[in-house]
Design a protein around this ligand. Sequence first.
Ligand code: F0G
Length: 461
Amino acid sequence: MDSSWKTIIEPFKIKAVEPLGFTQAPERERVLKDAGYNVFNIPADKVLIDFLTDSGTSAMSSEQWACLMRGDESYAGARSFFTLEKTVRELTGYRHVLPVHQGRAAERILMTVVCGPGKTVLSNSHFDTTRANVEAAGASAVDLPVAEALQFDLPGPFKGDMDARALEAKVRALKPENVPMIIMTMTNNSLGGQPVSMRNLREVSEIAHHYRIPLILDAARFAENAFMIKRREPGYSKRPAREIAKEMFSYGDGCMMSAKKDALVNIGGFLALNDAEWVRRAREVLILGEGFPTYGGLAGRDLEAMARGLDEVLEEEYLAYRLRSVEYLGDGLRKAGVPVVEPPGGHAVYVNAKKFLEHIPPSSFPGQALVCELYLTAGIRAVEIGSLMFGEGQNGNFKPARMELVRLALPRRVYTQSHIDFVVEVFAEIAKRKDLIRGMKLLESSPRLRHFTAKLMPEVA
Ligand code: F0G
């Protein structure tokens, strides 16, 4: 397609449609109260625009739906497994491919194999389930993002990078034998969906290999990361996204993949590794929890659709549209006076709730207050990434998170430009009366991943 046009269009037409969940304000008030002011408890048909996650919410293509009929449902050695294995090997270069039902299963298997007491995993940032799996296996998880990752107002091209000097210092302090692996999360979901540069990946890979520590990529959003490298890193603008992605994988020794993101499927994942001994042990854990190693807890049709999605996601018309739609939402919010993490990420725009709702202290969860306000105002569902998700304790011993964000994650190929325009209009309206929004009080929570189960209520004025 000629690249001289200014308007980037959705590179698809729509064949099947699904109605949105229209509701009235009094109903939303009731629904939110019944949900304990936790939007994870809201029935999806009471949600108008669902920005809770980009995970497993993609629209599959007609070809992917056709793949479902092609799936081979044999228990062992299914043809669909070999299709997936070939695709993953070609893309990543890793020798062994183990399908799993989703990303956290790959995490659990890998952590069970390599982690244990006294070990520390280092990362640019562990996603919350990754951290939980490292800790559940008895090890510690330490994040080493670059300093600018936490300066939310400052745009930077590669705020997902790892602090390479801090990494080397930490490896020496801990001793390399106590660091079973280094994880590079691409893009960095916990800190704004920001990409990692090839330069940083190369540098981290050199450090890792110098100390003989395997480098594992959390590749959930590898294609978005690759396209941001193409757009932002000198020397990559003419290289196809597929080649850039291959180069990214070439610096690692394996990857964990949640296929629910950049493999454009509703369920699935894989673990791909080079080390034969790790794979032998991973297979044992896989059989215990997921199933036989050629299906890993998935149907043959899922494997087939995943292989197809890994191909489609690297089409450049798709990637240009994908990044533009996120940027478009970011532009709209900025214009409406809503502070966002700059620049917008690959899969989501993150609103800086601490700055937007300055009158609400972290102990009263400004992010969650905004999440609730979005639902009450227009049935928009988002997710808090702040002290509800990452803070500890409550009342007297409350320890806030490093940030108070609200993530608006865009499902892939699902919403159109007018949906985004609507969301921007809602934000502009909320911005006018934001000083009236009240904080939230935590009533009930569990010690790990508490945002999934917490119950809250609005503070009394
Ligand atoms: N790694 C990253 C970077 C993720 O964002 C996620 C999931 C996982 C691993 C785990 O994968 O869900 O397939 O088990 N992120 C979702 C989200 C849940 O909303 O950001 P999973």
